[in-house]
Design a protein around this ligand. Structure first.
Ligand code: FE2
Ligand code: FE2
Length: 144
């Protein structure tokens, strides 16, 4: 079973992939069609890793454990779980749309949509890091 430290390490690895995608999504290149093909490729590589990461967090009982630490943590755990569902949905749509040409709304609007989803994803992982570190600290203190 992965530990909280494992999840923090996975977050650091995922961050590199997200940074690469963000560079790509900064603006459509001159060859817009090739740019969309590259974006679709980056999403195809990222999504299975990311969804495996989500599933591993869910299976590990992490959110139940966080939720057991009082009312404030209960809403944090609920939010993290709901984030996964929303992000899975938005990322799958994004990947599907990236496989079509022309992309819905045109390349510029599509790039903005990719950045928006990336922001939501980064926000989710940052909040999760915060909750993980807080609960790690609490369990270390309890072990003293
Ligand atoms: Fe998560
Ligand atoms: Fe995570």
């Amino acid at each position: 079973m992965p530990t909280r430290a494992d999840f923090l390490a996975e977050h650091r690895e995922l961050q590199a992939a997200l940074d690469a995608l963000r560079v790509l999504a900064a603006r459509p290149s001159r060859d817009e069609r090739a740019w969309v093909v590259d974006l679709a490729g980056a999403l195809r590589d990222l999504l299975p890793r990311l969804f495996a990461h989500f599933a591993s967090e869910e299976r590990s009982g992490l959110f139940e454990e966080i939720g057991e630490r009082g009312p404030e943590n209960l809403s944090a755990a609920r939010r993290l779980r709901e984030d996964h569902e929303h992000l899975r949905f938005r990322l799958e749509r994004l990947h599907e749309d990236a496989l079509a040409w022309p992309v819905p709304g045109g390349p510029r609007a599509f790039a903005a949509r990719v950045r928006e989803v990336l922001d939501a994803l980064v926000e989710h992982e940052a909040f999760e890091n915060e909750v993980l570190v807080r609960s790690l600290d609490a369990s270390l203190a309890a072990a003293d």
